[in-house]
Write a protein that binds this ligand. Structure first.
Ligand code: ZN
Length: 255
């Protein structure tokens, strides 16, 4: 027969176990959450241009409605003096970014599936991401600026109807990318375009037609020899992807 004291001790231990079990569950859940901070989130990536765009000027010159005016379907994109194309650069960064985001738990939607195709047009790219109901999206490009200019710039939407609800969050996302690019990619802010690297653009389908927070990043200037030498390096491309992933995590989880 148990003494009252023993019974109390047993009850106390049982209670402790009951208290500890949920705590252990919560710790495991929290560990899972920190390993997959983007679980349940959808992220859109639009790698600018495409590897075979140059093969069809007729396709590129089709007119599309960008929400304010008629615009060309797309362009070939630019290239470095050595011939490394912006389409290839954008695809590589996008592929690294997709891997990073999937590892963080996100579902990723891309506007093209490789770098050996033609298109799609810029309005269709916007619609692909809109229809996927992405929580946030980024358009990845590199610029062709003055040969003496360097650095990245962030292009942000201007309210035009479809995007009215996402102007402020897009600006917040732009701040997160700006900070992450400096911290993780270690690239410099544009010294030739925008104000401190920020530019508002009302003439791009990707920004006019978006219904989610989105910015377009020009990661550097392919016309500048020093920027071009950086942009073609896989390590730099991975660093840009890591910076964009960090900005996306911050944008979607830190507020
Ligand atoms: Zn471009």
């Amino acid at each position: 027969m148990e003494t009252g004291r023993r019974v109390l001790t047993r009850l106390a231990i049982a209670g402790l176990v009951l208290v500890l079990l949920p705590a252990a569950d919560a710790a495991a859940a929290s560990a899972r959450q920190s390993a997959a901070p983007l679980a349940g989130r959808i992220v859109g990536i639009d790698p600018g241009h495409n590897g075979l765009n140059y093969t069809s000027p007729a396709f590129l010159s089709r007119k599309i409605w960008n929400g304010r005016e008629w615009e060309g379907c797309d362009t070939t994109g630019t290239r470095t003096a050595s011939g490394y194309t912006e389409a290839r650069f954008a695809w590589n960064v996008a592929a690294y970014l997709r891997a990073d985001l999937v590892a963080l738990g996100a579902r990723v939607v891309m506007t093209r599936s490789g770098n050996h195709g033609l298109g799609p047009c810029v309005d269709k790219r916007a619609r692909i991401l809109d229809r996927a109901h992405a929580n946030v999206s980024v358009d990845i490009h590199a610029d062709y600026g003055p040969a003496s200019g360097r650095g990245f710039s962030i292009l942000e939407p201007v309210a035009d109807g479809p995007n009215n609800q996402v102007i402020k969050p897009s600006a917040r996302f732009g701040l997160d990318i700006h900070a992450a690019m400096l911290r993780y990619a270690r690239l410099r802010v544009s010294d030739y375009y925008g104000r401190n690297g920020y530019v508002s653009r009302d003439d791009l389908a990707g920004l006019n037609l978006t219904t989610m927070p989105k910015v377009l990043i020009e990661c550097g200037n392919m016309h500048n020899a020093a920027d071009a030498a950086l942009l073609v390096r896989p390590g730099v491309q991975r660093g840009i992807a890591a910076a964009l992933a960090a900005a996306i995590v911050r944008f979607l989880t830190a507020r």
